[in-house]
Design a protein around this ligand. Structure first.
Ligand code: UDP
Ligand code: MG
Length: 318
């Protein structure tokens, strides 16, 4: 009797879903089509319903009844895409994990190439890089680009524009990501933080298949601030730098005043007052900056809140 010695590789497909009732059936269909083309693999879907208030949960229930390889976890409220991705990675059991948006903006066609990059070319990560921003508003486009320029400067990490969350990762990389338990999660920073060799595959942006984007300007701004604050303390250092510059100015000015006094010239009281203010405020800025840096470290460490709470799931291990 012929036995197969090679165990099939399992690909886990993690899908954060927030109000995606319309996109999900199509997403499942299209993705399955591509999965069937990848030989020697089995798959599982991990759908994470991020507190949707439409019929997303019913659609997921139907899918899990139809296909045993579909699992879902439904959050008790909207915890955000970051938390949904983390939950998905925690629940995934595959040798390879891929994170995909439910709206088909991440082309399932790339799955085969991604798997090849990991399996054959031995990369630990293969990520899609969006080459354009078609289908997005002009203002949003401009703001996003500017944000990535700023963050690149501030953090010295590779968080380039277009590098989204669409990526396939090896088990080792996923385990590394799972070790990072911080509450303030900024996934793009975490991907870059854990390292590993990444292959980039370009793809073109398309409009979402159904529904609309879940990101308002307010949430994008919050997301941008999160990225800067969680991965950089440079803004705090800036206060220190300004403080030092002011201190230098105050030294020169003070020196000048002292010189005038030594020459027994008249020194206006206003100048003396200015010098005192300059000196004291520069010292204050320097110490505020130092204090801020101590605080920021402790503050970020101490928030050990749960990252999400699962309300229900079709598996027993919640
Ligand atoms: N998403 C989520 N929680 C949220 C917002 C979005 O799980 O609070 C999911 C959403 O269902 C989709 C993915 O994250 O699968 C990307 O969201 P969207 O398409 O709205 O973002 P965009 O493509 O416009 O950046
Ligand atoms: Mg989208």
């Amino acid at each position: 009797m012929k036995t197969t010695i090679n165990k099939l590789d399992k690909i886990s497909i993690i899908v954060p879903c927030f109000n995606e009732e319309e996109s999900l059936p199509l997403f499942y269909k299209e993705t399955m089509k591509e999965l069937h083309q990848i030989d020697g693999t089995e798959y599982e879907f991990i759908f994470v319903d991020d507190g949707s208030n439409d019929r997303t949960i019913s659609v997921l229930k139907e899918l899990s009844i139809q296909d045993d390889n579909c699992n879902y976890y439904s959050f008790s409220r909207n915890f955000g895409k970051e938390a949904a991705m983390f939950a998905g990675l925690q629940k995934a059991t595959g040798d390879y994990c891929v994170i995909m948006d439910a709206d088909l903006q991440h082309p399932p066609k790339l799955l085969k190439d991604m798997y090849y990059a990991l399996k054959v070319e031995q990369y630990d990560c293969c990520a899609g890089k969006r080459m354009d921003r078609e289908g997005e508003g002009k203002l949003r486009n401009f703001l996003s680009r500017s944000f990535y320029k700023v963050i690149q400067r501030l953090t010295n990490m590779d968080m380039s524009d277009g590098a989204g969350d669409f990526r396939m990762m090896s088990r080792v990389m996923v385990d590394a990501i799972l070790q990072i338990q911080e509450y303030n999660r900024y996934m793009k920073g975490i991907f870059s933080f854990v390292g590993f060799d990444t292959k980039w595959i370009p793809f073109n942006n398309t409009e979402r298949v159904a529904g609309e984007t879940k990101w308002s300007f307010k949430s994008l701004f919050g997301y941008a601030m999160e990225g800067i604050v969680s991965f950089s303390t440079k803004p705090l250092k800036l206060a220190g730098i300004i403080g030092v510059l002011l201190l230098v100015v105050s030294f020169f000015f003070g020196g000048y005043l002292l010189f005038q006094l030594l020459l027994q010239n008249h020194v206006s009281g206003t100048y003396v007052l200015m010098e005192v203010i300059l000196l004291v405020s520069s010292l204050q800025m320097i110490f505020v900056s130092i204090l801020g840096q101590y605080l920021s470290k402790d503050y970020l460490e101490n928030k050990k809140r749960p990252i999400y709470i699962v309300k229900e799931s079709n598996t027993h291990h919640v």
